[in-house]
Design a protein around this ligand. Sequence first.
Ligand code: FBP
Length: 331
Amino acid sequence: MVDSTVKNVTLNRFLVQCQDRCPAASGELTRVIEQMGVVGKIISGYMRRAALEGLVGLTGRTNVQDEKVQKFDEFGNAVFVESFDYVDIVGAIVSEELENPVISSSQGRYGKYVVLIDPIDGSSNLDVDCSVGSIFSVRRITDSIEATLLQRGTEQVAAGYLMYGPSTHLVYTAGDGVHLFVLDERIGEFILVHRDLRMPVQGKLLSANWGNHAKWFPPARGFADSLIAQEEGPYSLRYSGALVADLHQILHRGGIYFYPDEQKRPQGKLRLLYECAPLAFLAEQAGGGATTGRMRVLDVQPEGIHQRIPFAIGSSYEIGKYERAYRDLEK
Ligand code: FBP
């Protein structure tokens, strides 16, 4: 959905305007978000040619998550690491694909920020040419990089995603609302299409891997059954295999995505630091929310960089109902 009041505002121009509006801004965060735009252009360009560039299929390796690594996972990760390694204000990069943080080559100077990434979200969609994304979070370095990574999600200074679908989107917040840009490939610029997007308070979309229904903990199952029991809604089921693509729909049409705790996976599937916390920051800035079922995702105290949590994100009405299901069923 395009906000017709904005005309040809490039990402750079928008960031500079934001900077002008807050005198305290040093321009350094602007450089980090601009660099996300550069990464988006590179990945988007190769994504469209992946089959022609021999970038489809598996590498034969498994990553720290014990997941089979796709060639494009590896490529996407390398683009992010290379693109931020020489940015002196970035002291370290944390990635879903790497066991440990990459301390940037300007080791002498720690830099000001840590960038945390899920380079390719929805990897299982790559070989079948369905939408995938990249998720990013930016944190200001406190005493040390280790201490920075153990901050709650409330301490993020910026977060967002890139979505590689029919068009390429960059969606971010720096705590001043949620802003959407589309890549105009003719001029190679991200153009603002919506500033300060607000998510509908109540929605129409239900997004979850229904195939896992029997494995879900009773609160999540009860919640899901009540939505499809037409007690309200009706809700339409939308599950693309890529969280970014599902959230993008929910940001516009409202509803809820959840990947809950399961009998055999009480911690859930999705990773707190570079999947859940950044998207939770975005959702809250758009008037929605994100929860584990038992607590606000942004209040979860991290214990490790690849920690997983149960996750639900979406419109405030559905998130409230989801938390009530946990409260009522776990009394
Ligand atoms: P990746 O970052 O490894 O792709 O994992 C996250 C994800 O792919 C989400 O984007 C998606 O919603 C979910 O996992 C799909 O999981 P499942 O195939 O179990 O439904």
